[in-house]
Design a binder for this molecule. Sequence first.
Ligand code: ZN
Length: 261
Amino acid sequence: MTPTAPTKDRPWALISDLHSNREALEAVFRDIAEQGAGDILCLGDVVGYGPDPEACVDLVMEKCRLTLKGNHDAALIEGEERFNPYARDAIRWTRRRLKPGWFKSSKNRERWEWLRNLPLQHKEQDLLFVHGSPRDPLNEYIYPGDVLFNAEGKLAEIFRAVPHVLFVGHTHHPMVLSSRLASFTPVEGRDRIVLGADRYIVNVGSVGQPRDGDPRACYVLFDGEEVRYRRIPYDIDAVARKIDRIPELDAVLGQRLHEGL
Ligand code: ZN
């Protein structure tokens, strides 16, 4: 796909942490189309936790101009030792579904190779994209609380790697953090922020498993200046029911979707 610059009429859409949640992803793609967005960039964790890995991989392969590797995508290929039991069992189940074997379809081989070869980070103009953080693209979390605790070492070092804007996912918590250490948490009615001359870290939230107390799918539109958060309702019951029917996926993974935690 040929890159286009983000504009007011045709902003970019930034999505992350889809986690095999097909219903959330389809609702988000519908909204992206309605909003007239151009390029769609995905910051990783296409799989893990949820019941529809194949459909989510296929949709992202088809629609996203860029997709980065998340820690769950990496664990699928390299191993899940670091994960908690829910995440670990979900990755093992996902691997059994996706790993190409002698008798599996060549579609699975294509999905597997695509996941295996996802890049860890991407730089374009003065924008940097990574799943976790520039210091540790797969695993480091950047939270608003970093401003209060241990800010100096961690945030100063991370901001040194930020050209103008760093887009991340991984925490499933939407936020904008400026290099002056002012943080912005998007809520209903206050979901837009115009970026100035500072440097910024923008967490685009999670499509498939939000953890900020709002269960609606979250993603970001970016027009080159303004970051706009979108919250999209979807059929959570349908996803939870699918999770309940798969013994390897703990029912907790469906319940937490209802709570947005
Ligand atoms: Zn994630």
